[in-house]
Structures are given as C-alpha cells and as structure tokens.
Design a protein around this ligand. Structure first.
Ligand code: HEC
Length: 151
C-alpha cells in the first residue's frame, strides 16, 4: 500500500510538471481552458491509478467524477469563444466549423463523468468502476482526435 501511494504521488508530480510546461505563456481564456483540461487530466490519472492498484476510495472517485463534470458540458464550450486560437493553444479551428459535434462531445464528457460519480456514490468497487472509466476516457479521445492539434 505504501509503495502504491508514493508511486502515485510521484506520478502526480510529474503530471503537474508536464502540464506547467504545456501551459507556457498561455493567457486569458486559453489559459483558463488549459487549466480546466489539466484538472480533468489530473482527476483521470487519480482514478486510473486507483483502478490499476493502490488504495481504492469510492469517495475520491465520486469527487473526481464531479470535478470533471463541472468542467464539462456548457462550462467547457463557454471556454471556446469563436476564433480563440491565441498561442500556445492546441485548439483546432474545426471547433467552430463543426460546433454541434464539439458541443455534443462536451455533453458526452459530462454524462460519462456523472455516470462515474453516480456509480461511486453507490459504493461501486474497482471492477464496476473500470468500464465507466474507460467510457469516460473514450470521450476525451474522441474530442481530442477531432478538435485538438497536439504540438
Ligand atoms: C469537447 C472536447 C473535449 C473533451 C471531451 C475533452 N477535451 Fe481535453 N482538450 C480539448 C481541447 C480543444 C484542448 C486544447 C485546448 C487549448 O489548447 O486551447 C484540450 C486539451 C487538453 C489537455 C492539455 C491541457 C494543456 O495544459 O494544454 C489535457 C491534459 C486534456 N485536454 C485532458 C482531457 C481529458 C483527460 C479528457 C477526458 C476526461 C478531455 N480532455 C476531454 C477538448 C476536449
């Protein structure tokens, strides 16, 4: 248990350093949404780590689902005013030519995060959480593939 926890802490530190690097020079709305996405990413790492091993805590999974949901749906799309492509953004201009798909993707993220939260609130264990976590992770991938240009 001890090794698992400290391993996770190191992982979290590395992730935070990576995010700080990616953020370099971002300001305004671009920084705001990068921060929101980083927080989503941190929560995913936390839950992913718990599924793989370490200490499982349903309350933490629930909180993570809630935090992700709070950055999803309309809260997410509001961070993408038309044409906000200031460097060092990784946002694709396709967001505004295919806004309906982008919005739908943001809603799918919200639904999947709320589903995870709901399961955890019912005291679901690792085995039950794992498929919901995978579904949630799929929504990240789907949106990133169409709307994020990784630099
Ligand atoms: C509705 C679309 C959408 C969904 C869903 C989505 N993302 Fe993103 N994400 C983006 C876009 C667009 C960017 C690039 C933002 C920018 O650079 O301005 C991004 C950027 C990121 C970044 C980089 C942030 C930075 O510091 O530059 C991380 C990390 C991230 N997303 C994690 C996630 C995770 C994890 C999920 C799923 C739980 C997720 N995202 C779901 C659209 C989405």
């Amino acid at each position: 248990m001890r090794a698992g926890r400290s391993g996770l802490a190191i992982f979290a530190l590395l992730a935070a350093a990576g995010a700080a690097f990616a953020h370099g020079g971002a300001t305004g709305i671009v920084k705001e949404r990068m921060d929101a996405m980083s927080e989503i990413g941190d929560q995913m790492k936390l839950v992913g780590g718990m599924i793989k091993g370490g200490t499982y805590d349903a309350a933490q999974v629930s909180a993570a689902g809630g935090t992700i949901a709070s950055h999803a749906g309309s809260a997410l799309v509001e961070l993408f005013p038309e044409g906000s492509l200031q460097a060092p953004t990784e946002a694709s201009p396709a967001i505004w030519t295919d806004w309906a798909t982008f919005q739908a993707s943001a809603s799918e993220l919200e639904e999947a995060a709320l589903a995870l939260e709901g399961l955890a609130d019912k005291g679901a264990g690792r085995a039950e959480i794992a498929p919901a976590f995978r579904t949630l992770a799929e929504t990240c991938k789907t949106c990133h593939q169409s709307f994020r240009i990784k630099k």
